[in-house]
Design a protein around this ligand. Structure first.
Ligand code: NAP
Length: 316
């Protein structure tokens, strides 16, 4: 593990790191922060008592708080790792405790809505730099996290135009040291790119598994018994956290609807090809899509072996 993540930093990137929300993403950040010495002091906070108890049992943080303001007080970097819909409430709670010069960031899968949810509550002198680690699994909670989650994955930062350059460099260094490749783009562009690569695929998975569950002539037990690889892969995605994904769709409405429009048109074209026996058209599309899969594997974002369960490298 140490070899995979590389050596600990001699000097931490930040002095006091506060992670709010210790589920899959928050607990993974705590784990990699400890392994890589990303911060001198690790502070965690979560609304749920069972989560706080588990963070204590696993020894993931130096301090664990129920009071979010107490957790954020004196932090150099506060990372909100809660569902996107909870960001505004969390920002309000921590606002008065933030010190000038502190960086507030998040990990939400939607970026445009984050700025409007958080920015109005932050005092002046605090730097808001939204971020999205494009890494995850369908699991939730502190036991699901692992230190290598972000390794060789992209972390997209969507800083405002007037961002403080030193704060941006610090957050970028933080994610690089966690193992990520950092990319910077506007929040609008992020939301459109992620609508096609992540949000609409999740919607399709939720839809197809829902359709299978509603079929009257095919029983649920038959769906489970005869589930072929394709359907099984969809069920993995459709098992993703309902709160997180409800919030993603409510907060990235425009881009998701835009991509869904394109998707529906393309689906109609496919329907026509099947109706008219256009084998050449089908073959040509399936060849193009296979090449996209190959490019993803070549870029190191996926492995060629079937991995339906997405086995994690290290449970801690
Ligand atoms: P998770 O495992 O469900 O963890 C979220 C944690 O935040 C839970 O412990 C939750 O407690 C806590 N929480 C919720 N509301 C809170 C509040 N108001 N104050 C304090 N704690 C609160 O979720 P996750 O998968 O880590 O996702 C967190 C964020 O990461 C989301 O914004 C998501 O969009 C983003 N993200 C997720 C993935 C992924 O694959 N999962 C990938 C990239 C980014 P309760 O259990 O009591 O609700």
């Amino acid at each position: 593990m140490v070899e995979i993540l590389g050596p600990k930093l001699e000097t931490p990137v930040v002095e006091r790191l506060t992670i709010i929300g210790c589920g899959l993403i928050g607990s993974s950040l705590l784990r990699v922060a400890r392994r890589k010495n990303l911060a001198s002091v690790l502070v965690a906070a979560d609304a749920a008592k069972d989560v706080r108890d588990r963070v204590t049992e696993l020894g993931l943080a130096d301090e664990i708080h129920a009071d979010l303001a107490a957790a954020a007080r004196g932090a150099d970097l506060v990372v909100l790792c809660v569902p996107v819909g909870a960001n505004s409430m969390v920002a309000q709670e921590i606002s008065a405790a933030l010190s000038p010069g502190a960086i507030v960031s998040d990990v939400g899968s939607v970026k445009g809505a984050v700025v409007s949810a958080i920015a109005p509550h932050l005092p002046s002198g605090v730097h808001l730099i939204p971020a999205h680690p494009v890494a995850g699994t369908e699991q939730s909670g502190p036991d699901a996290g692992f230190a290598t989650l972000f390794l060789n994955r992209w972390c997209i930062l969507t800083p405002p135009a007037e961002v403080d350059a030193i704060a941006l460099k610090k957050l970028s260094d933080f994610w690089s040291a966690a193992g990520s490749n950092v990319e910077i783009m506007s929040s609008q562009h992020h939301d459109l790119v992620l609508a096609i690569t992540s949000h609409v695929p999740h919607l399709i998975a939720y839809n197809i598994v829902g359709t299978a569950a509603d079929l009257e002539e095919v029983t649920q037990s038959e769906v489970i018994k005869f589930s072929a690889g394709g359907f099984r892969d969809f069920t993995r995605i459709a098992a993703s956290d309902p709160t997180m994904w409800r919030d993603v769709f409510l907060n990235n409405k425009e881009a998701v609807l835009e991509i869904l429009g394109r998707f529906t048109e393309d689906l109609s074209a496919l329907q026509r090809m099947i109706r008219w026996g256009d084998g050449e058209g089908l073959f040509s599309l399936f060849t193009r899509t296979r090449n996209i899969r190959r490019s993803i594997i070549e870029s190191g974002q996926e492995i060629a072996a079937p991995d339906f369960g997405r086995h994690k490298a290290d449970p801690q």
